[in-house]
Write a protein that binds this ligand. Structure first.
Ligand code: SF4
Ligand code: SF4
Length: 373
């Protein structure tokens, strides 16, 4: 919906189940941003203001949309969607941070929020001779902006493509014609442009004839499963951990028996809490011979790496959430943190590097590729 005026937007937000909230404050105290970084988000106050139709924008941009607060809400309030609706209003009143405005312009001009050139989007695939999905494919591998433009992620995307090839999957990519899934627009509250982009992307995806879209990032799969589905997307959507797990169950990929090695797995919050994908990456790790030692907070209770909700594009003071996670990973005594999200991968790498910690960060597909038969 396009924001027409403050009054109608207020009524829309007030109608989003805000009356369920009885102001217990569990959301505020359970928020990891407030608990660990000192960047306090008064979630209870945001919901209270929404209940009574008051404009309140205090620290709304610090929310990682990680949904941990929803785990603890005794009234099942749709907290994240309410915060995003409040951001939509803030955006319409030009109260979004300047950097967020730049992100939106970058998506508009270059098709990605990082300012990367359109013609360099498929650089990661150089030398791999991957089919152009517009020729017709069964599986569309949707790479996403972070994985396409950050060279640190290229090893993982190439590993996914290599595993698909070895499994005999008829897959392809959109190459330089792929565009952002629009998640940063949703998080910014730029709904008008989001609707346009979603509709254009759906036409492009449907045009490939693909039966399944496989994404590298949980941020993209969640967008496709929810926002795109509502907008009419018919194709099945899977995060790569789900799809590789399916290939393994169907016997299309097999693993060599490798050395049993202890690893810990950081659940990307959008994948575990957001999409309920908790066992699939773990099953793949176990099938390829790894032993998982869990961190203090895992699965549905995982703590965000700090990159969700457009925090990737903003700067915050205080302790980083990725540092909380790498501390927890060190406590497991393992030598490798495995994850399955480009934002998590980037933030955890950054934490390990800047603090000179002796633990390796790897994406799941990179590990698996080494053990594929
Ligand atoms: S936890 Fe739920 S009920 Fe309690 S204040 Fe927060 S939103 Fe309201
Ligand atoms: S979604 Fe996550 S970051 Fe946002 S208020 Fe809830 S717990 Fe805090």
């Amino acid at each position: 919906m396009i924001v027409e005026d403050t009054g109608s937007k207020m009524l829309e937000i007030m109608g989003m189940g805000t009356t369920l909230c009885y102001q217990c404050g569990e959301c505020t105290v359970s928020c990891p941003v407030g608990e660990f970084t000192g960047e306090k988000i008064s979630v209870r106050s945001i919901i209270r203001a929404a209940q009574i139709g008051q404009e309140y924008y205090d620290n709304i941009w610090a929310c990682a949309t990680c949904k941990l607060c929803e785990n603890y809400c005794p009234r099942n309030v749709d907290i994240v969607n309410i915060i995003l609706a409040v951001r939509t209003m803030a955006f319409s009143k030009r109260k979004a941070p300047e950097k967020i405005e730049k992100v939106i312009w970058d998506i508009f001009e270059n098709g990605n929020p990082w300012g990367g050139k359109k013609k360099e989007r498929a650089k990661w695939a150089e030398g791999m001779e991957i089919k152009d999905a517009s020729e017709g494919v069964d599986v569309l591998l949707y790479v996403g902006c972070e994985a396409a433009y950050d060279p640190k992620q290229h090893g993982n995307v190439r590993s996914i493509a290599e595993i698909l090839r070895r499994a005999g999957v008829n897959f392809g990519i959109l190459g330089n014609n792929e565009r952002c899934c629009g998640e940063p627009l949703k998080n910014a509250g730029e709904i008008e442009y989001l609707e346009e982009l979603v509709s254009q992307n759906i036409d492009q995806f449907e045009g490939t004839g693909a039966k399944i879209i496989v994404t590298v990032s949980p941020h993209c799969s969640k967008m496709f499963k929810e926002v795109y589905r509502k907008a009419g997307l018919k194709i099945e959507v899977m995060h790569y951990t789900e799809y590789l797990n399916r290939l393994y169950s169907e016997g299309l990929i097999k693993f060599k028996v490798g050395n049993s090695e202890n690893v810990t797995y950081h659940d990307p919050c959008l994948l575990s809490r957001g999409e309920g994908v908790i066992e699939e990456p773990r099953d793949l790790l176990k099938a390829s011979g790894f032993k998982i030692v869990e961190m203090k907070d895992y699965g549905k209770n995982s703590i965000c790496c700090g990159g969700g909700g457009n925090r990737m594009f903003l700067e915050f003071k205080g302790k980083r959430l990725a540092d909380v996670r790498t501390d927890q990973a060190i406590e497991t005594g393992t030598g490798i943190i495995v994850t399955a999200c480009p934002y998590c991968n980037m933030n955890l790498h950054d934490s390990v590097k800047t603090r000179a910690i002796n633990i390796k960060v790897m994406e799941l597909a990179e590990l698996l590729k080494e053990r594929i038969e």
